[in-house]
Ligand binder design. Structure first.
Ligand SMILES: [Zn+2]
Ligand SMILES: [Zn+2]
Length: 331
């Protein structure tokens, strides 16, 4: 099968022919149709997340159809021909204190798709059937892919923002463009912050229902009740703290961020909160995809053939995408 391989951090992806995986006990073999390109893929490729499996197939927003079912995997409810999605959370131990407390996103021994487990930048992949997700009908494969991380982890970040009526989103890319739609559907007012001068992204945010869009270096027209940082820029943490009202929460949604500069205590004072969100639980996935079926969401996607995965990563790094980049693997 075709795969785009990461041989080592800092190296460009390499197009290769590798052996098609076979599903072990409890696993599904999926024919990959589409795989989203996430900022986390960049962090892995750049060596900002340590100790990846090498060589590695990146990609953890996978949509495909079940091509074979390993021994015992049918118990998870999938059969050959079903459409299935694979998110970032690939395996958890079920035994540690986090798993036992319903917080498997924090599992001490968790393994992640496209990081410790080969992912979806390939014609086929295998997944532990217990971690696969059913994809709502009404979304094409390419449109559904960004739901599996940008949407899903964005949704966990939105939940962490509490019932904030005035919500700031810093970095208006794949995740924010989905979360803005949910926030609006929930009756919140969305304020979008982009790279300075990125008028295209600001227009895009306004089209999706943001009440205001502007530069991340500036201030919103009124105080916010919460802010979610999707941009991996530590300097935005004090900026967002200055933008939120007393009692407001700043949620850092990315897996990696540049260092946060020091800031005066007075911008944290007033019971403001800074927190991160990490990974996802399977129930986050089911809850979010049920909501995505109901709303429904519009995913703005720029698709690339598998062989152009490197270009998709480069465009993401440069901030040159509108919405989400997705590999259209069947193309
Ligand atoms: Zn665990
Ligand atoms: Zn991701």
């Amino acid at each position: 099968m075709r795969a785009m391989l990461l041989d080592a951090p800092g190296r460009p992806l390499r197009a290769a022919e590798i052996e098609r995986p076979t599903p072990g006990p409890g696993q599904l073999l999926l024919a990959v149709h589409a795989c989203g390109v996430c900022r986390t893929d960049l962090h892995v490729a750049d060596g900002e997340l340590l100790h990846p499996k090498l060589p590695l197939v990146l990609g953890h927003e996978i949509v495909g159809t079940v091509a074979a079912v390993g021994a015992g995997a049918a118990a998870a409810g999938f059969k050959v021909g079903d459409r299935a999605g694979v998110p970032w959370l690939g395996w958890t131990c079920g035994e540690c204190r986090y798993c036992r407390a319903g917080r498997e996103n924090l599992c001490d021994r968790a393994r992640f798709t496209g990081y410790q487990i080969d992912g979806g930048y390939a014609d086929f992949t295998v997944v532990d059937a217990r971690y696969a997700l059913a994809i709502p009908p009404g979304y094409s494969d390419v449109e559904a892919a960004p739901l599996l991380c940008a949407g899903l982890i964005g949704y966990r970040a939105l939940a962490a923002a509490g019932d904030a009526a005035r919500l700031g989103l810093y970095g208006f890319g794949a995740a924010a463009h989905i979360i803005a739609q949910i926030a609006r559907w929930q009756g919140r007012r969305v304020f979008a912050f982009t790279r300075p001068g990125d008028e295209e992204a600001q227009r895009f945010a306004l089209e999706l229902g943001a009440v205001w869009a502007g530069d991340s270096t500036g201030e919103p027209p009124e105080p916010l009740d919460a802010a979610i940082l999707f941009a991996p820029v530590g300097a935005l943490v004090p900026a967002a703290l200055r933008a939120v009202a007393k009692g407001g929460t700043v949620v850092c949604a990315g897996i990696h961020m540049s260092d946060i500069p020091s800031f005066p205590y007075e911008i944290l004072w007033g019971e403001r909160v800074v927190r991160s969100v990490a990974n996802l639980t399977r129930s986050d996935g089911q809850e979010f995809l049920t909501l995505a079926a109901k709303i429904p969401l519009h995913c703005e996607v720029e698709s690339f053939p598998l062989a152009r995965a490197g270009e998709a990563l480069r465009r993401l790094r440069a901030g040159e995408l509108r919405g989400a980049a997705v590999l259209d693997v069947g193309r």
